[in-house]
Design a protein around this ligand. Structure first.
Ligand SMILES: [Fe+2]
Ligand SMILES: [Fe+2]
Length: 187
């Protein structure tokens, strides 16, 4: 089954007011670019890398460049860390980080709502991925010969996760970092 995830092209124009005042290439040298914000962006880099590992490994398995057991072991390891850490990250953003940002910059609350809706869409895709990945990991132990028909669903959901994450993380950074720099938050 092929799923098509509708992707917006960057943040809507009216949500880029602060981004225009604080373009991305000025962030690293800005005095308000706090270590905690660098770390938060570092977590995003880790999510990009993990979702890339899962997708690349799945393609390697489908191309017969990775065997059953190696694929299942890597899928269990990277898939688990990706799903667990993303859930924790989203929960913290929804309950602590976004309310703090919204209180500082009320005009951009609709943008924060958009990001929260991304989390909901991502959660549904992560759930699909978890179900299919768990099946594959179990079959690798119980009946490796039956693994391969299940892997396209892992591939499909891993591709959706990578696409959703790619758009979400860059939009999130484009919305959030200028708010932090402008209001001197998280210092
Ligand atoms: Fe997020
Ligand atoms: Fe995030």
């Amino acid at each position: 089954m092929t799923h098509t995830i509708p992707l917006r092209q960057g943040l809507p124009d009216e949500m880029q007011v602060l981004l225009r005042a604080y373009p991305r290439d000025t962030w690293p040298d800005h005095p308000n670019f706090a270590r905690s914000v660098r770390n938060w962006m570092g977590a995003h880099e880790t999510f990009r890398a993990l979702s890339g590992y899962v997708l690349d490994d799945t393609e390697a398995y489908l191309d017969r460049r990775l065997d059953d057991q190696d694929y299942a072991a890597r899928l269990a390891k990277y898939g688990h860390v990706l799903v667990r850490n993303l859930h924790g990250h989203h929960h913290w953003e929804d309950t602590k980080f976004f309310p703090e940002l919204g209180a500082a910059e009320r005009n951009l609350i609709p943008g924060l709502d958009l990001l929260e809706a991304d989390h909901t869409a991502l959660d549904a895709t992560l759930e699909r991925f978890t179900r299919s990945a768990n099946r594959v990991v179990q079959l690798a132990q119980l009946s490796p010969a039956d693994m391969s028909p299940e892997v396209p669903e892992v591939h499909d959901s891993a591709r959706d996760i990578a696409a959703l994450l790619d758009r979400h993380l860059s939009d999130e950074e484009d919305l959030v970092v200028p708010i932090i720099l402008h209001h001197q938050l998280r210092r």
